[in-house]
Design a protein. Structure first.
Length: 193
């Protein structure tokens, strides 16, 4: 199978993530895309308060239940500690060596991939799909990836950072993230002061 590996904090998951994954699925002719929920994203450590990984994962799961082809993945949460994509690719490869892995990243993430843990190993374990992201040019040369695929999507200026503010300030949320996500966020009492 051709598997997309889409990592993120998903704090919370939103329409930008879903449209990105769906277009990566199409661009790479993938069988499915795994939403890999980071346990402790090392880049965000200490920068801001992070929602408990299990709760972020629950919200992602409740949203993806309605979308065959998009699957929640809890490998990084089960592994615990800081989350490194390189370890996740290694684990996925061990779990099913016959799968072909495609790392899916937005353009903002693609730009900083050279700073990731053991980044030089990434291109030996997976192919790369870059999705355009509003506000960021899409990089061309990324590490040693040969012929990265680009997945086109309409520009959606949506971020979890903005959504957390919207939840906190009671500003409109409808259509920026799936209704299941809004309901789950409220159910678990996230993003309140
Ligand atoms: P935050 O504002 O907290 O950083 P985020 O909206 O950037 O949240 P992440 O969980 O950091 O979401 O991103 C996970 C992945 O999804 C990254 O590869 C990122 O580039 C991609 N992504 C997120 N939002 C969009 C969007 N609106 N369009 C395209 N790609 C996106
Ligand atoms: Mg981000």
């Amino acid at each position: 199978m051709r598997i997309g590996v889409f990592g993120g904090t998903f704090d919370p998951i939103h329409i930008g993530h879903l449209v990105a994954a769906q277009n990566a699925l199409y661009a790479g002719r993938l069988d499915k895309v795994l939403f890999v929920v980071a346990n402790l994203p090392w880049q965000k450590e200490g920068m801001r308060e992070l929602t408990d990984a299990r709760l972020r994962y629950l919200v992602v799961s409740e949203v993806l239940a309605a979308h065959p082809g998009l699957e929640p993945c809890e490998l990084e949460i089960n592994r615990g500690g800081l989350s490194y994509t390189v370890d996740t690719l290694f684990e996925l490869r061990q779990l099913s060596p016959e799968d072909e892995l495609y790392l899916v990243v937005g353009a903002d993430a693609a730009f900083s991939m050279h700073t990731w843990e053991r980044s030089e190993q990434l291109s030996t374990m997976a192919k790369l799909i870059v999705v355009n992201r509003y506000g960021y040019p899409t990089p061309i040369d990324i590490l040693d990836f040969a012929d990265p695929l680009s997945a086109e999507m309409p520009w959606l200026d949506i971020s979890s950072t903005d959504l957390r503010e919207r939840f906190k300030n009671d500003r409109p949320l409808e259509f920026l993230l799936p209704r299941e996500a809004i309901l789950a966020v409220r159910k678990y009492g996230l993003y309140r002061d």
